[in-house]
Design a protein around this ligand. Structure first.
Ligand code: ATP
Length: 353
């Protein structure tokens, strides 16, 4: 098979990790007889500072024909975060109906969790985050700027279609994994949108009698992800809650530098997008020390989505073996002193020879 992949390195360490990981993915695929050609798009904050927009007006039309989009990170100290987010990532996730943001959290053997008493394999859950609406809907406004009566309104939007679009695959995943789904909600305080969300979870659960459903308020879920992370299997959450909980999931699994992410269009009518959970991390940008493994693992999830499971499994196995190997290079975030490129070179030896 052959695939055309649109690659957007973006900003900060996104550029560094994508530079190192893109050839590794292409070469690994080729070693399995899979032909991948990539097209690089230099969209992001530098473009915004030069030309006034993160991507061209016809950006989505240019991406539409690709089999997938591979994104580094967006974010820049000189550009407000709401501009970078609303200028690139959100238009793509919303415009391509990428309703499902699936983010696994896995503590690999050889990686130390900041939580005591957890070892490789003990933390293993996946978050299904609603990715196109909820608290990230662009609905609201600001009036009377600078006056005493200044007011801002920000509305959350929950639709049946886009909620079901994430709840159903979460139940599917739970039935294929350990049969447990945790619905993270805040329906005590958000009595409209979140009660609607809970109703849909209850409705869909009737189609999955083998899945045990636990309901947790987001505050309790935050506590329990620290107190008993080993008991979680599949979590389904709104856009904002899923965003927050997956940073937590990343760090309790050792580092944000290990946490991969997907933005899936469930009916495959448009490309899906794959990216690490972490952002542009300007504090370490330019030093060549960013952990590339979150991006590598996002590549594995891309191949899995494309149906190239042998490539995906090879990459995941090589990452697991590298992390378990005390003599292998590792970056500073997980206790080593290796560079980004040393880590991907070592993986290339394992995967391509
Ligand atoms: P953004 O606002 O774009 O999300 P950020 O800099 O606020 O970016 P992250 O990029 O998510 O936040 O990073 C948070 C911290 O985690 C960084 O300061 C960095 O120290 C660390 N970090 C994130 N990703 C990596 C990585 N791949 N390798 C090493 N450290 C990382």
């Amino acid at each position: 098979m052959s695939y055309d992949i649109a690659v957007i390195p973006g900003d900060g360490i996104g550029i560094e990790v994508v530079d190192a990981v893109e050839p590794l993915l292409v070469d690994t695929a080729a070693a399995h007889g899979v032909d991948v050609s990539t097209t690089i798009f230099d969209w992001g904050s530098e473009r915004y500072l030069d030309e006034g927009s993160m991507m061209p007006e016809d950006g989505l039309a240019r991406l539409e024909s690709f089999d997938a989009v591979f994104l580094g990170a967006v974010g820049h100290p000189d550009v407000p975060d709401h501009v970078t987010l609303r200028g690139l990532r959100l238009p793509i996730t919303k415009g391509f109906n990428q309703h499902v943001c699936k983010r696994p959290s896995y503590l690999f053997e050889g990686v130390r969790s900041p939580l005591r008493n957890y070892e490789g394999g003990d933390i293993d859950f996946v978050v299904y985050r609603q990715n196109t609406e909820g608290e990230y809907a662009d609905v609201g406004g600001r009036e009377h700027r600078g006056f005493e009566n200044e007011v801002a309104v920000q509305a959350s939007v929950f639709t049946r279609e886009a909620t079901e679009a994430v709840v159903r695959p979460a139940f599917e995943a739970a039935s294929e994994r350990n049969g447990k789904l945790t619905n993270v909600t805040k329906s005590n305080a958000q009595a409209h949108g979140m009660v609607f969300w809970d109703d849909i979870v209850a409705e869909v659960s009737e189609d999955y009698p083998g899945v045990e459903v636990e309901r947790l308020l987001v505050d309790a879920a935050s506590m329990d992800l620290v107190r008993r992370p080993d008991e979680f299997d599949v979590i389904v959450a709104s856009n904002l809650f899923g965003d927050v909980l997956t940073d937590l999931g990343g760090i309790i699994s050792g580092s944000l530098g290990l946490a991969p992410s997907t933005n899936i269009n469930p009916d495959r009518s448009s490309p899906s997008m794959f990216e690490p959970v972490h952002g542009s991390a300007f504090d370490i940008m330019g030093e060549g020390v960013a952990n590339p493994l979150a991006t590598v693992l996002s590549g594995a999830l891309m191949f899995d989505h494309l149906g190239e499971t042998a490539v995906a499994t090879a990459i995941e196995t090589a990452v697991a073996e590298q992390l378990a190997d005390a003599a292998a290079p590792r970056t500073a975030d997980i206790g080593g002193d290796a560079t980004t490129v040393a880590v991907t070179d070592d993986l290339a030896t394992r995967l391509v020879g």
